[in-house]
Design a protein around this ligand. Structure first.
Ligand code: NAD
Ligand code: ZN
Length: 357
């Protein structure tokens, strides 16, 4: 008799959605502050873009609060996350709430910090599945770009000395999310499209893969439909933010597929940002994803030109390392090809695709 295994999926328990809903952060914090003891406060992890704005006004801050503008010119590294944690601990403050404001990078840093403040040791110790033992600090996530779905997932992605891998844990799930679509107005067009296409690809990978269920399929299908409404029809930031959330929920309960492993390889060797490397990889994977045609239409509409080939100058050694990084992704590749994926997807094939990327 075969045993069915059941997954117990944790979701974000509270969300607020709507234009201007960022203003709800203040009353939410006021409510939490009533429970704070002496020396306890709130830590804000805010994308550095907002250091030039007056988003974090003094009225939002109280004694013992700390604002850290996260440098996201590079995507999160474990070392950087550790340095932020040490900065918080050195001041001997006792955070009771972590607020993350930004794109996938700042949100993932905030998630990781909330876990690391209660779980000892460096961030790299927690890259993997269900490693934190202690409950994380209460956290609020406020996305300012749409696409990664990081606001709803149970992972905090970081690049460590050995691997790019998240803290995949129930402790990484936000306790409260605020979805204020007005944030999207200032995202530069190219970044806007790259991150949104990350969502498009998450949906394709979960729909075409083997690891999914009725809920995942429903979320991914609806997310894709909303993305197409927005990108081939009329722009609607609210719809886009919800599509991002649905895509995150879908992929969190299934798995990525062929495209993400390629993007990890490209990012690892060439240091490319996630959404950008996803677009470069997806653009050359039409043999696996028929929807590459639609993707190209969207790029054309938004006048985004991807470089012809970014792997041109790589040596055979570098290409081989990149291919190894792609092939390390057992779960995504078996999601895409089945358990016998090694018979269907050789290193030579990976290298030949990489040469086109
Ligand atoms: P990002 O967070 O790296 O930000 C990209 C750029 O946009 C930065 O320069 C930032 O300063 C700027 N920016 C952010 N908000 C802005 C705004 N409102 N106006 C103007 N500029 C703004 O981009 P991203 O694509 O959202 O996140 C990528 C990261 O997310 C990667 O590290 C990737 O691995 C991770 N990721 C995480 C998950 C997850 O489930 N946790 C899923 C997919 C990707
Ligand atoms: Zn992604």
């Amino acid at each position: 008799m075969t045993m069915t295994t059941y997954k117990n999926s944790k979701l974000v328990p509270y969300y607020i959605l709507g234009d201007g809903s960022f203003q709800q952060l203040s009353p939410l914090l006021e409510k939490r502050r009533k429970e704070y003891q002496k020396d306890e406060g709130t830590v804000f992890i805010v994308d550095h873009y907002f250091s030039k704005t007056n988003l974090i006004s003094s009225s939002l801050l109280h004694e013992n609060d700390e604002v850290i503008f996260a440098d996201t010119s590079e995507e999160p590294k474990t070392e950087y996350v550790d340095s932020i944690k040490n900065q918080i601990l050195q001041k001997n403050r006792k955070p009771k709430t972590v607020v993350g404001i930004g794109g996938g990078s700042a949100l993932d840093i905030a998630k990781a910090i909330s876990v690391l403040l209660t779980n000892p040791g460096p961030a790299e110790n927690y890259q993997g599945w269900d490693l934190p033992k202690n409950p994380a600090i209460y956290k609020i996530g406020i996305p300012t770009i749409a696409g990664t779905g990081a606001e709803f997932t149970r992972t905090a992605v970081m690049t460590g000395p050995v691997k790019k891998l998240g803290i995949n844990s129930d402790q990484s799930v936000f306790d409260q999310v605020i979805l204020d679509p007005t944030f999207l107005a200032t995202v530069p067009t190219d970044q806007f499209i790259y991150t949104a296409m990350d969502c498009f690809v998450h949906n394709e990978e979960s729909l075409l893969g083997r690891i999914n269920d009725t809920m995942t399929i429903a979320l991914a299908e609806k997310s894709t439909q909303m993305l197409l409404d927005v990108f081939l029809g009329k722009m609607d930031y609210g719809k886009l933010m919800v599509a991002s959330g649905f895509g995150g929920l879908a992929v969190a309960n299934s798995s990525v597929g062929i495209c993400h492993p390629f993007s990890y390889g490209l990012s690892l060797v060439l240091g490319l940002r996630h959404g950008y490397s996803i677009c470069i990889a997806f653009n050359q994977l039409e043999e696996y994803y028929p929807s590459v045609k639609v993707f190209k239409e969207i790029l054309k509409k938004y006048k985004i030109t991807l470089p012809k080939v970014v792997t041109n100058d790589l040596t055979d050694d570098q290409l081989s390392r990149m291919a190894d990084a792609v092939l390390l992704n057992e779960r995504p590749l078996s999601n895409a090809f089945g358990n016998n994926w090694k018979e269907k997807f050789s290193k030579e094939k990976v290298i030949s695709l990489l040469r086109q990327m």
